[in-house]
Design a protein around this ligand. Structure first.
Ligand code: F6P
Length: 364
């Protein structure tokens, strides 16, 4: 076993419940091998401005597995390969500052980087691997849309929160005989919407995998009305789009952002339902509530397993790979096989079938 390894760990993209558990497991597993771990603050910012590096001793991470958020901070704007920099004239230009990251990484004598992130951040990690940084990736997203791993941590927590929200909407929707439309996260894949919608007994679930037809949605609500069900719950993933249309976004977005900020489908669907059914309709966006707070036991355990596996794979020299759950094992999958691969819900899956068989409309 190599001795005296110096490991850097960072987080990228949106936070997800379980990030602190990953950090805890990385630090403790490394410590038990007599290795040192340093936390890089705010994604790659800590490798550009090295004041933002913190030595993570076991005392700093004991029992943080239950805490939401991340003690290291994260961002979805800090891509060192495309960094927005404001020049002397006050204009923002995009520059590649990745060499500086590599130089600082080497100067500080790090042996490897554990990069925790979603698709965008793992792509950056892979680009650094190609520039000579030994990298182990850890998959993270509440959306659960990353290829190669059966599940990502944060997803179970998000589904639990969304399900509880839907449960609560039933009583108010029933009292007012209203249609309630709830927009949940899920950019490219509808895992949160489908799992929480089925569990929370939604009437309609709209997901990015199935373009929806407003007429079908309205007909379904009116059929319920004829059977005496005078209220309805609609769950829409933020990435769901009408047939022939595109997912709604919030305009140009923020400078340097790695992705487009989606949102607005819930409001759109609510407006259309009110127009075609004449029913009192309200919409709400669950938003970042789905990412906040403590991870569930499932997410905590998965995160701890991923963190420990990352250090195990460092010991085995499996650089350039990502930790992935392939039950019952946690495996190392080459990053190049993972990048850009979105895991959508298979249309023939048992969960989709279940939704249809218990009478949920999927908008088609
Ligand atoms: O990718 C995870 C995610 O939570 C998406 O579901 C959502 O579209 C996005 O992040 C929101 O990003 P932000 O935190 O920047 O608002």
């Amino acid at each position: 076993m190599p001795r005296g390894m110096k490991i850097a760990v960072n987080m990228g993209g949106g936070d997800a419940p379980g990030l602190n558990a990953v950090t805890e497991a990385v630090v403790l597993s490394a410590y038990n091998r007599n290795w040192d771990v340093y936390g890089i603050k705010n994604s790659y910012q800590g490798l550009l401005d090295t004041d933002e590096i913190v030595h993570l001793t076991p005392e700093k991470v004991w029992h943080i597995a239950s805490l939401g958020g991340t003690i290291l901070g994260t961002t979805n704007k800090g891509n060192p390969f495309r960094m927005p920099i404001t020049n002397m004239a006050g204009e923002t230009e995009i520059r590649d500052v990745s060499d500086k990251v590599v130089d600082n990484f080497k100067r500080l004598r790090f042996d490897c980087l554990v990069a925790v992130g979603g698709d965008g951040s793992l792509k950056i990690a892979y680009d650094f691997f190609k520039k000579g940084i030994p990298v182990i990736g850890v998959p993270k997203t509440i959306d659960n849309d990353l290829a190669a791993t059966v599940i990502t941590f944060g997803f179970d927590t998000a589904v639990g929160i969304a399900t509880e929200a839907i449960d609560r909407l039933h009583s108010t929707a029933r009292s007012h005989e209203r249609v309630m439309v709830v927009e949940v996260m899920g950019r490219h894949a509808g895992w949160i919407a489908l799992n929480s919608g089925i569990s929370g007994a939604a009437d309609v679930i709209l997901i990015p995998e199935i373009p929806f037809d407003m007429k079908k949605v309205c007909d379904h609500i009116m059929e319920g009305e004829l059977r005496g069900q005078r209220y309805a719950i609609v769950v829409a993933a933020e990435g769901a789009a009408p047939a022939g249309g595109r997912a709604l976004d919030k305009g140009a977005g923020e400078v340097g952002r790695q992705d487009v900020l989606l949102g607005g489908v819930g409001e759109y669907v609510a407006r259309e339902i009110a127009r075609c059914t004449g029913k009192d309709t309200r919409s709400l966006v669950l938003g970042h509530l789905q990412r906040g707070g403590s991870p569930t036991t499932f997410d905590r355990l998965l995160s701890l397993r991923f963190g420990a596996a990352a250090v195990r794979f460092i010991a085995e020299g499996k650089f350039g790979s990502m930790v992935a759950l392939d039950p019952p094992e946690v495996k190392a999958i080459p990053l190049e096989q993972v990048i850009g691969g979105i895991k959508r819900i298979p249309l023939e899956s048992d969960t989709i079938q279940t939704a249809r068989e218990i009478g949920i409309c999927l908008g088609d």
